[in-house]
Design a protein around this ligand. Structure first.
Ligand SMILES: C[S@@+](CC[C@H](N)C(=O)[O-])C[C@H]1O[C@@H](n2cnc3c(N)ncnc32)[C@H](O)[C@@H]1O
Length: 353
């Protein structure tokens, strides 16, 4: 093999774990023909974007890379129900429906920061009629490989440059990690989302309000104890409105959405302990695992951090919701089970094309 084709093959094989773009396209053509028709790896700038992608290894790949938390993140997401309250609301806003059973079976949505496909898996439970309608899109190769292996339609691409045709999606969702997009690149992402939306389609951006208790969890607990740190700036309502407007969207609304962590178990100890394990895994809080710590003391420390950070006052958006939104972490017995719940309030912007 001559040097140039060899270099190209090496570069391309970095697209997914052991899979080059050609093989990826063969798989998609066979398994997800509609997604195949929506892809555009030939658009201007695509070669450069692929080249840049080959160099990206972020903290969501594997735990054994320096600062990695990908394996433990994916382990946490096996608990599909923990963030279901917020996820349901995001899909309602994206679909413009009050009941997800009203979503059309042909509805198409692109989840731009999909990880291993949690939202796609959640919608299969919430609206089974939309079977392969949510495409998982992520920059991390292990995340996309995991989604494809689980039988979900998925694509590896940077939210700043999509290998997708214009006007193909009914909705685009940027959620659970929008703060990872550097502030200077947020307009680019919003413009790309607007480009792939069909006329009338909706773009939903979910994050946490800068300075709120939900953002405090990241700055005070995650940044201090995570292997990866968490030096990211969150969003303000004004920034969301301006970003959606700059992308040419209309009917812009910014909502405060109750988006708690909820774990159900047979005992109080298991509900709290499993929720603490979930958070430790999801956020890579391995800084808490000192050699003299037991599993129980780490769990207690995680719960204590949650009690310190997630304390909401009336000014944080829950005043109109009475008891429906908790103000601080709680464990309750409901029927035959225990429910541990940690409140969060997300800031969610929606705009229409
Ligand atoms: C916190 S995870 C969220 C995963 C999933 N949505 C969930 O809720 O479990 C954030 C994801 O965003 C991805 N990500 C970060 N920056 C990205 C970018 N510029 N383009 C595409 N994906 C990106 C990461 O690889 C990671 O999988």
């Amino acid at each position: 093999m001559k040097v140039r084709p060899l270099l190209r093959a090496l570069r391309d094989s970095a697209y997914l774990d052991g899979i080059d773009v050609g093989v990826y396209l063969d798989v998609v053509r066979e398994q997800y023909p509609q997604l195949y028709a929506e892809l555009d790896f030939g658009r201007d700038g695509a070669q450069q974007a692929l080249k840049a992608l080959a160099q990206v290894f972020n903290e969501f790949e594997t735990d054994d890379r320096r600062n990695g938390r990908g394996d433990s993140y994916r382990r946490a997401q096996q608990h599909i129900a923990v963030r279901m309250t917020g996820i349901r609301k995001l899909f309602e806003l994206a679909g413009g429906v009050q009941d997800l059973r009203d979503l059309s079976p042909t509805w198409r949505a692109l989840d731009l920061l999909a990880g291993d496909g949690l939202l796609t898996r959640a919608l299969r439970v919430l609206a089974p009629q939309v079977r392969d309608g949510v495409i998982s899109s992520d920059i991390a190769r292990t995340m996309v490989t995991a989604a494809l292996t689980a039988g979900l339609p998925a694509i590896r691409q940077d939210a700043r440059f999509l290998f997708m045709r214009a006007a193909t999606m009914d909705a685009v969702i940027l959620a659970y990690g929008s703060h990872h997009v550097p502030p200077d690149d947020r307009t680019t992402v919003f413009l790309e989302a607007a480009r792939v939306l069909r006329p009338g389609g909706r773009f939903v951006v979910h994050d946490f309000e800068e300075g709120s208790p939900s953002a405090r969890w990241f700055s005070e607990a995650v940044h201090r104890h995570s292997v990866a740190g968490h030096p990211y700036r969150h969003f303000t309502a004004g920034e969301l409105r301006r970003g959606l407007g700059a992308a040419g969207l209309r009917g812009i609304r910014v909502h405060r959405v109750y988006d708690p962590f909820v774990m159900r178990a047979a005992t109080r100890e298991d509900a709290v302990g499993q929720l603490a394990d979930y958070l430790r895994d999801m956020y890579g809080l391995r800084g808490l695992d000192r050699c003299d710590e037991t599993r129980e003391s780490v769990r207690a420390r995680v719960w204590q951090l949650c009690e310190e950070c997630f304390r909401f006052g009336p000014e944080d958006g829950g005043a109109d919701h009475g008891d429906a939104w908790l103000r601080s972490p709680a464990v309750q017995r409901v029927g035959g089970q225990w429910i541990a719940e940690i409140p969060r309030v997300a800031l969610v912007g929606v705009g229409e094309k």
